[in-house]
Design a protein around this ligand. Structure first.
Ligand code: ZN
Length: 294
């Protein structure tokens, strides 16, 4: 079954909720980048988060980017999503790893660090993209995003993200939820939610048990009458192409292209987001150079 998310609201407008299964998406990212177990968890959490957060993009060409830079050994984590459920991303050091933490869990916080911030950029085709940011609180990503919503957008939320990695490094389960508390919420609703969150299975367990995003919604907000507003398929998909890479080479200018021909006798350009390698032969580079001289 392919990955998807659902977005829903309860009929009294107390909660907005998004639940997502991103298992195949995160497995595709892991294969593309060759990430260690802990790096898969970090990247997978970020990809899942940006997929859910990007549901508030309005137009087809809008893009949301998340950069997490906590000073840890993984370096920067970059995750990008568009309104069509296409998600891409990378980490600076895919081999960064750490021993499991005291709970036997992958220690994402240890490789991400907390000496830095999380930045969200929304490019909606206007000149200045919207940028929000907040300091990292734990480097575990879910908490950091909840803190981001609180400090940057004054929204109270509950965020859960999880990636379960097998002994052969493949992804067993990945997914998440994002619950935003609306102004009409009452204390007893918050108490009920806290009790639920304290007693239900972790996201990865729910997904490993074959619960769908709709099932997760019922687990998280039992007893509320929910209306599903959106269902979007998710996939790890990069928008790079040979044409775009060629344009990038052209933008480097004649001197740089001449150097590629004379020194390297060709060029290999690797897309950061999906690791696709684009080869350009000496002859192709010469054709590009000639086209610039016309
Ligand atoms: Zn790419």
């Amino acid at each position: 079954m392919s990955d998807y998310l659902i977005r829903a609201i309860d009929k009294d407008k107390k909660f907005k909720i998004i639940t997502a299964d991103t298992t195949a998406l995160v497995e595709a990212a892991r294969v593309a980048h060759g990430t260690s177990a802990t790096s898969s968890a970090a990247l997978g959490r970020a990809l899942t988060a940006i997929a859910m957060m990007s549901t508030n993009l309005k137009n087809e060409k809008d893009i949301m980017t998340m950069v997490i830079d906590g000073g840890g050994i993984i370096g920067k984590i970059v995750a990008v999503a568009n309104s069509k459920g296409e998600v891409k991303g990378y980490v600076d050091n895919p081999l960064a790893d750490a021993p499991s933490n005291a709970y036997g869990k992958l220690d994402v916080g240890a490789i991400v660090g907390t000496d830095g911030d999380i930045r969200i950029m929304m490019d909606m085709g206007m000149k200045d993209p919207y940028v929000g940011q907040a300091p990292l609180v734990s480097g575990e990503i879910a908490e950091d995003i909840a803190n981001y919503y609180f400090t940057s957008e004054q929204v109270n939320s509950a965020v859960g993200l999880g990636v379960l990695v097998d002994t052969d490094y493949s992804i067993i389960a990945s997914g998440g939820f994002l619950i935003q508390l609306m102004p009409g919420i009452e204390d007893e609703d918050i108490e009920r939610l806290e009790n639920t969150l304290g007693s239900i299975s972790p996201v990865t367990q729910m997904i490993a048990d074959n619960l769908t995003p709709e099932d997760m919604l019922k687990e998280l907000l039992p007893g509320y009458e929910m209306e599903i507003l959106q269902k979007t398929e998710l996939q790890f998909k990069c928008d790079c192409s040979r044409k775009k890479i060629k344009d990038l080479i052209i933008s480097l200018g004649k001197t740089e292209i001449t150097a590629m021909i004379e020194e390297d006798h060709g060029a290999e350009v690797v897309c950061q987001f999906c690791n696709t390698k684009y080869q350009f032969t000496e002859a192709e580079l010469e054709r590009i150079l000639n086209s610039l001289e016309d």
